[in-house]
Design a protein around this ligand. Structure first.
Ligand code: PLP
Length: 510
């Protein structure tokens, strides 16, 4: 039976004319089946213009599917002009699209989510925010307008004038000698005792992480990460076909009681952590926990991979030494880079490792790409020597603090009551937990995109057991006016959706 809109909410699934059955085992994602079915009903006139559709929550319950499937289906149908949503009133068949009129072409920026796994479809959803005009808090990049473009130009010219063709040949796999020495000097200032021969130059920090996984972990073996963790490590884990166990975190970082249990029971190959300005949470592991973590790793003879890419992004709080500076036994491998700090596109990262780890890493690096481009290494070396990075860091951190303060004020002003976050003392990110009585982060996302704001859906940062209400906002990459406006839109969209859910809960059921 199909109800007249004035009588209440339409029943989408008992039309006398159209049969619908969900294929739960098939290749086609549920939400796409739903889209197909609703389109057929609209195109055939079974659902005339103005018909009100059931609330996502009700439809999900009725069909025994996840609410995100319904929300995604409605959102895509809205984007295609089939449906329209009215705050507090619900979702309706759009006026200009009833019966025979054909829907607009699918936007080329819209991802094809067919056959996507849940994790992949969230990532695909996040690509929606790459359209021009969207205030996108999603990506992890530093602000492009602060990159030292002029210095780079000078540096490249100076290096070519100085070294000529030598700058363009193969480098040693371990890295350009003077840069390895400069890295040694740089990390020594952070408290790390090492020699230039412990430094391996890599293609960004990402490659540094990947090399460690390749060197130490074989297919099918397991590593431990914080939960949530860096999405790029999840990518490595998946592409290298290894397993990851996320260990819960608290205010001080990875929970050592949980970690110890896991070490005892499963003997993982590696512990991967970001002790300072963790991505995505912004958390800082205090000194005492750093020491305990190292002790535990030594006790269970499990190497630690320390990702310190944000270590220098401090605008408040005490400076705490990296794990590698506290490591007397060589159990810690330290990874970082001059990407976030200086120039992401020049792709210079490094590893600090001792002994057998180091030799193995060099072999893997050689197999991967022979060496990191010499011109890039020499250019970064030139900039380090002239203090460009120190200057850049100082300026960036001042600006990040300003943007952090604006983000916090905007969060307080615009995000709904019950939203939670921790004040980051460094780094680029605000990690937010939405109130649990409203839309999930993925549900909110599609509506947020429609009003021109994007963010990273928290689920993508968990190796397992995600928290559906978390989001990561990169405030560092945006100018103050954009931060204010983006947070305003986000708060308004959350309220609209929450009101829609509340209203629909009151309306007659299917
Ligand atoms: C925690 C963390 N590690 C590593 C990377 C990779 O950085 P790079 O650009 O140096 O490869 C990122 C980039 O987002 C990151 O957030």
């Amino acid at each position: 039976m199909v109800l007249n809109p004035s009588q209440g909410v339409v029943d989408l699934f008992t039309s006398p004319n159209i049969q619908f059955s969900l294929d739960r085992e098939g290749e086609e994602p549920i939400y796409r089946q739903l889209i197909r079915h609703i389109k057929t009903q609209i195109d055939s006139g079974v659902l005339p213009t103005g018909t009100r559709l059931p609330a996502s929550r009700d439809l999900a319950q009725h069909l025994n599917i996840s609410r995100i499937s319904v929300v995604n289906a409605y959102a895509e149908l809205r984007a295609e002009g089939y449906l329209s949503a009215h705050a507090g009133r619900g979702t309706f068949v759009a006026k200009d699209n009833g019966g025979s009129s054909s829907p607009p072409e699918k936007s080329p920026t819209q991802p094809d989510l067919t056959n996507a796994t849940p994790d992949r479809s969230l990532r695909e959803m996040m690509r929606l925010a790459r359209q021009p005009g969207i205030i996108n808090f999603g990506p992890g990049a530093p602000p492009i307008e602060l990159l030292p473009t002029q210095f780079l130009k000078e540096a490249i010219n100076a290096v070519i004038d100085r070294d000529g063709a030598k700058a363009l040949g193969y480098e040693m796999t371990e890295g350009y000698g003077p840069l390895r020495t400069a890295v040694r000097d740089y990390v020594t200032a952070l408290g790390i005792q090492c020699s230039a021969s412990d430094v391996l130059i890599t293609g960004g920090t990402q490659q540094a992480l990947d090399l460690v996984i390749q060197a130490l972990v074989s297919e099918g073996e397991t590593i431990v990460t914080e939960a949530p963790t860096y999405i790029g490590m999840i990518d490595i884990i998946q592409t290298r076909r290894i397993q990851a166990q996320g260990v819960a975190t608290d205010e001080e970082g990875i929970r050592l009681d949980h970690l110890e249990n896991y070490l005892i029971e499963h003997a993982p190959k590696l512990i991967y952590v970001m002790p300072t300005y963790q991505n995505p949470t912004g958390m800082v592991m205090p000194l005492h926990r750093r020491r305990q973590l190292i002790n535990l790793a030594v006790e269970y003879n499990t190497p630690i991979l320390e990702d310190a890419v944000y270590h220098e992004f401090r605008f408040e709080g005490d400076s705490i030494p990296p794990l590698k500076a506290l490591d007397e036994s060589g159990i810690v491998i330290h990874a970082s880079g001059f990407t976030k700090m200086l120039l992401p596109g020049i792709r210079i990262g490094y590893l600090i490792a001792n002994g057998t780890h180091y030799n193995r890493l060099v072999r893997v690096k050689q197999a991967a790409d022979i060496s990191t481009p010499g011109l890039n290494q020499r250019t970064i070396h030139w900039m380090l020597e002239r203090g460009v990075m120190a200057q850049q860091l100082e300026r960036n951190n001042r600006e990040f603090k300003r943007r952090r303060d604006i983000a916090l004020a905007a969060a307080k002003k615009y995000l709904p009551a019950g939203t939670k976050w921790k004040t980051p003392e460094g780094g680029l990110y605000l990690w937010v937990t939405l109130p649990r009585n409203g839309p999930t982060a993925a549900e909110l996302y599609i509506s947020a995109i429609q009003v021109g704001v994007g963010y990273a859906i928290g689920n993508v940062f968990y190796p397992q057991n995600p928290d559906n209400f978390t989001i990561r906002l990169n405030y560092g990459a945006h100018r103050p006016a954009e931060i204010e406006e983006g947070f305003r839109r986000l708060g308004a969209t959350w309220r609209e959706l929450a009101a829609e859910y509340a209203e629909i809960e009151k309306s007659p059921l299917l």
